[in-house]
Design a protein. Structure first.
Length: 295
């Protein structure tokens, strides 16, 4: 049985850890509120921009030459992996890394074996994990979340877009955590480039006929496509940012509960050890008194 000093030391250590996890939960909750507001404002804008772009593309009926829609055989593939810069967020990062590894060992096995599979990581955890596994990682976008803005994310999007235009990559995918609620994050694996054809709803098509184009539809599309692609990456990063804080808040809440349960067990052990020590001392005193009386 552990000594009283050892049990007291463990109680003090667990109490300190519990205070830290409580503080981290409160910090994550404050950051989550801001991150959640950002993504909720971004979603309608991104969806509307994508809808307008799709409608305009349909009206041109293929008359506009768009390099970002060019479909090729996927011999060279780039996968954008969005993780966080810090840990202590439960399975947030490990789920993304697992999804990236599954993609490399499954769908893109041939590209991996031929050396034509590349990862572009946003977030330090993804860069470290994929590099340790021996995958080819390009770009240095660690620290993106320290100063999260459209301008910082735009650089990563432009790296992928320029690589596709230069035929360095034939296809670009993106893996990230989509924010659903505090306790739930959904791993998404989407094709980023080439742009996939999407069906246009009848209601949206009827709205397009009321548009007045200035300048031409073709020029508008050419300017909207790069912006829409950058917005798509920025939205994925915002989703991941909100998911990270939600996952960390949940993980720290669970850690605080576990610390509380451990404290109960340690205090019970302390009381039992203390009682056993007192009983032993009483027995020793009684035994000594009886020995003296026997003399």
């Amino acid at each position: 049985m552990a000594s009283l000093k050892e049990v007291r030391s463990r109680i003090t250590s667990v109490q300190s850890t519990q205070q830290i996890t409580k503080a981290m939960k409160m910090v994550a909750a404050a950051k989550l509120r801001r991150a959640q507001d950002n993504i909720l404002r971004m979603r309608p804008y991104a969806q509307r921009l994508s809808g307008i772009l799709t409608n305009l593309s349909q009206l041109t009926e293929g008359s506009v030459s768009n390099i970002y829609s060019e479909k090729r055989e996927a011999n060279r593939v780039l996968v954008i992996v969005v993780t966080s810069d810090r840990g202590l967020a439960g399975a947030f990062n490990s789920n993304i890394i697992k999804a990236a590894n599954t993609l490399a060992q499954g769908k893109y096995r041939n590209q991996l074996e031929s050396g034509n599979l590349t990862f572009l990581t946003i977030g330090r955890k993804g860069a470290e994990a994929l590099s340790k596994r021996g995958y080819k990682v390009i770009g240095d976008f660690t620290g993106t979340f320290a100063n999260l803005s459209f301008d910082t994310v735009r650089l990563a999007a432009e790296r992928a877009m320029d690589g596709f235009v230069a035929r360095e990559f034939d296809q670009v995918d993106i893996i990230y955590n989509e924010f659903k609620n505090v306790a739930t994050q959904i791993v998404r694996n989407e094709q980023f480039l080439p742009i996939e054809d999407k069906p246009v709803e009848e209601t949206a098509s009827s709205m397009v006929s009321d548009y007045t184009f200035e300048p031409s539809k073709e020029q508008i599309i050419e300017e909207l496509i790069p912006k829409s692609l950058k917005i798509q990456v920025y939205k994925a990063v915002l989703e991941s940012n909100a998911s990270e804080h939600g996952a960390r808040m949940t993980a720290m809440d669970k850690a605080t509960e576990n610390a509380g349960e451990l404290l109960k067990e340690l205090k019970l052990t302390y009381n039992r050890t203390r009682q056993a020590a007192i009983t032993k001392e009483i027995l020793e005193i009684v035994g000594g008194a009886e020995a003296l009386a026997a003399k």
